[in-house]
Design a protein around this ligand. Structure first.
Ligand code: CTP
Length: 420
């Protein structure tokens, strides 16, 4: 997906700080036998890159699609396949594994493993491990679309959900058998977010959050516009972390080249006027509003209906100031609403940030110097000041934008806590 790799976590040495949100976690990767086993091999590497220890558990059928040696090489772990081959007589492997792990993934989950799990059958290592595992388990179905649509499979999925398990996907598209339909294993961004949500404490559970992100475009004519270098990375990272903590997130976004996070309510806009309309409308029932967007301050007084022709040697533009959305939100603030602003500067960061928080009145202002090459616009890292209305300033070091978003959400949660 275009742009998504900007947030990837594997980076060569000497490059910006890595973000490893699964550091210290142990993930059991339960692989059952379908064509998507090769994707599970790829995901095992990606999950490991997020900092987790990944222990593969394969059904015998899964080993016919991809050798356990591949999983062992990708995860650096022993691969469990057979309930009865114990290496050490004093430990029962499925019990030991069930105790040691934070989460169990059934990925891919075939119709067969869904059926066995839904009915408590335990006739091999993976299905036995599932029953013995007391923590959260996530199912990622993958199968032929007719098998998925079959009432038996659907009933099994409903039964697993009624036990409290999360079932993620499948996607719709072309499948290995050549059919089009619903049955493809969920893509990596969806899988990643589901794991991170399952691991994260739900500190924003059910809270309604509105986030604006990206640049706006102010049109001169049908083909030309004035804009800025905002990539949307910071606002999208704020949205992903809020979702991982259980918030219901609406994202109003200017044009960017990164995909909307899975499960977000997405409201795409182009101009500052459209952003103003969308944000003010959607702010009515939001408990927390985060204005990350780099809204244009000026817009052409006239938008020509046809393409402006070249001719005169010197052309002047008449620009009109746009409405300041953040100030308006503060003026219209609802009871117990928390409003957070951002601030992009190229000089005098502290002075300008203190001026802006006084002038606009948000509960926090996140200020960054966008003239630095490793911070601000269009890079995966940022270095910010968190400014409070009283003038307190917390200075954060250079961090991956997702880690920064975590720190910012920690501060916002503190404000939320003070309200209750
Ligand atoms: N903002 C807004 N509406 C605008 C302009 C900015 O809501 N028309 C918000 C931004 O989303 C951000 C904050 O105001 O949360 C500060 O934006 P920034 O661009 O740093 O400052 P400006 O107010 O635009 O001032 P200047 O360009 O003079 O620095």
């Amino acid at each position: 997906m275009n742009g998504y790799n900007k947030m990837d976590h594997v980076s060569p040495s000497g490059s910006p700080p890595l973000y490893t949100p699964l550091q210290g976690k142990t993930i059991l990767l339960g692989v059952s036998g379908g064509i998507a086993v090769y994707k599970a091999a790829d995901y095992s590497r990606k999950i490991r890159a997020l900092g987790a220890r990944v222990i593969p558990v394969m059904t015998m059928h899964a080993t016919e699609f991809v050798s356990p040696i591949s999983f062992a090489a990708l995860t650096g772990e022993k691969v469990y396949t057979d309930l009865f081959s114990m290496e050490r007589a004093e430990t029962i492997p499925h019990i030991g594994l069930a105790r040691s792990a934070d989460i169990l993934l059934l990925l891919p989950a075939t119709a067969n493993i869904l059926s066995k799990a839904a009915h408590g059958l335990a006739d091999d290592f993976l299905s036995t491990l599932f029953l013995a595992f007391p923590g959260p388990a996530l199912f990622f179905p993958s199968m032929n679309s007719n098998m998925y649509a079959h009432p038996a499979t659907q009933a099994n999925i409903e039964r697993l959900k009624s036990f409290g398990y999360r079932v993620v996907g499948p996607d719709t598209g072309e499948m290995a058998c050549g059919d089009q339909g619903k049955g493809r294993l969920a893509g990596w961004p969806v899988v990643k977010e589901a794991i991170l949500k399952a691991i994260n404490p739900q500190t924003l559970d059910g809270i309604k959050v509105l986030i604006s992100a990206g640049p706006t475009r102010e049109y001169l004519d049908p083909v030309r516009y004035i804009s800025n270098r905002s990539s949307g990375l910071m606002g999208y990272a704020m949205a992903r972390i809020a979702l991982r903590r259980g918030a219901r997130v609406t994202l109003v976004s200017g044009p960017v080249s990164i995909p909307a996070p899975p499960d977000v309510e997405f409201s795409p806009v182009e101009t500052a006027g459209e952003m103003e309309d969308a944000v003010l409308r959607l702010s009515q029932d939001a408990q927390i509003i985060v204005m990350t967007a780099a809204v244009a301050d000026y817009s052409p007084a006239v938008r020509a209906v046809q393409k402006i022709k070249k001719g005169v040697p010197k052309l002047s533009l008449d620009l009109i100031q746009t409405k300041d959305i953040l100030s308006q939100l503060v003026k219209d603030r609802k009871d117990r609403q928390i409003i957070v602003g951002f601030c992009a500067e190229t000089q005098d960061l502290r002075t300008q940030a203190l001026r802006k928080i006084r002038q606009k009145g948000p509960d926090l202002l996140i200020a960054n110097d966008v003239s630095q090459s490793d911070a601000g616009f269009d890079v995966p890292t940022n270095r910010v000041l968190i400014v409070s209305p009283g003038g307190d300033i917390e200075s954060l070091p250079l961090l991956h934008k997702e880690e920064l978003a975590e720190r910012i959400w920690d501060r916002i949660s503190g404000l939320l806590h003070n309200l209750s």
